[in-house]
Design a protein around this ligand. Structure first.
Ligand SMILES: NC(=O)c1ccc[n+]([C@@H]2O[C@H](COP(=O)([O-])OP(=O)(O)OC[C@H]3O[C@@H](n4cnc5c(N)ncnc54)[C@H](OP(=O)(O)O)[C@@H]3O)[C@@H](O)[C@H]2O)c1
Length: 274
């Protein structure tokens, strides 16, 4: 896909791999909508992109640790744009951001499930009219190889909490959603895929986890850009990629009953009517 003039929203683009992808897309002539919580970080990124001679992106500030924040973000984007060519759901927190203990979102949901999965689920549905209007359009869910099956008796992990499990559960939920949404989007010209960008990139969430980075944002960014603009993935949907290659996710992703349970719960929690 030629990105010139295409409108792309990328959540979590004030830092890490999202920031890199935003810069690359701006350099390719896309109309980039950047998002994050921190206005100062956004200003620095906008200035950097403008200094390099590219169109300055618009910044949308929203805290995705609340469903109201996700709704406000979608409303702000929809107020400014009638069409959206690409939605990259990238914002996320790692297993240790904010400490090792269990945390909750403003809505009382386990925080990683809320920020990494549920807000992206809600945003995708709220932005679907814009994406359908721009078809062929693409949704890219930035997930991970770190995947843990969901225990439907304790989705909010009130027992035996660990940040690693919470993070991995939220990432598998993104992939399960990708498979279901692809089915729902058949015939609309909008596609959705998920990926593991790269392992332990040198980003804030990896450093917060005390992990020594082993890859770069350039590497992970290339994998995200492949799903955003690669001609070889045009029309493909419902797939999971490990970097640049299609891969298998955790077996629960292919369990229709589990996906139906997650979908029902997510629709209830977000009050979305598909
Ligand atoms: N790093 C890796 O090795 C790796 C591996 C596999 C998958 N991933 C996935 O890649 C994506 C990007 O990760 P990264 O490593 O680039 O992380 P990062 O450098 O920590 O950046 C995370 C981004 O998400 C935003 N964010 C975090 N919490 C938010 C909230 N409550 N509301 C709104 N925005 C929020 C941050 O905004 P602020 O600037 O406001 O903090 C920031 O822009 C994530 O989905 C992650 O799971 C990363």
């Amino acid at each position: 896909m030629n990105m010139s003039g295409k409108t792309v929203l990328i959540t979590g683009s004030t830092d890490g791999v999202g920031r890199y992808v935003a810069k690359r897309l701006a350099a390719e002539g896309a109309n980039v909508l950047i998002h994050g919580r921190d206005g100062e970080r956004a200003k620095t990124l906008i200035a950097e992109i403008a200094r390099e001679g590219h169109a300055a992106p618009s910044f949308y500030q929203a805290d995705l640790a609340s469903l109201a924040g996700a709704r406000a973000l979608a409303a702000a984007v929809a107020a400014d744009h009638k069409r959206l060519d690409v939605f990259i759901s990238n914002a996320g927190i790692g297993s240790l951001n904010g400490g090792p203990g269990r945390q909750e979102s403003a809505d009382g949901h386990e925080l990683r499930f809320a920020v990494n999965y549920l807000s992206g689920f809600l945003l995708a549905y709220l932005l679907l009219p814009l994406l359908k209007a721009a078809a062929p359009s693409r949704i890219v869910n930035v997930a991970s190889l770190g995947q843990h099956p969901i225990d439907f008796d304790d989705v909010m992990i009130t027992r035996n909490y660990s940040g690693t499990r919470a993070y991995a559960q939220s990432k598998l939920a993104q992939i399960m959603f990708t498979i279901d949404l692809a089915e729902e989007l058949k015939g609309t010209g909008a596609t959705v895929n998920a990926l593991h960008p790269a392992t332990y990139m040198n980003t804030t969430m990896v450093r917060a986890g005390g992990i020594t980075p082993v890859s770069t944002v350039e590497e992970g960014g290339a994998a995200i850009l492949h799903l955003v603009e690669g001609d070889d993935v045009a029309g493909q949907s419902g797939l999971f990629f490990n970097g640049l290659r299609q891969a298998q996710a955790n077996p629960q992703a292919y369990d229709e009953t589990a996906r139906a349970r997650l979908r029902k719960l997510s629709l209830e929690l977000t009050s979305v009517t598909p």
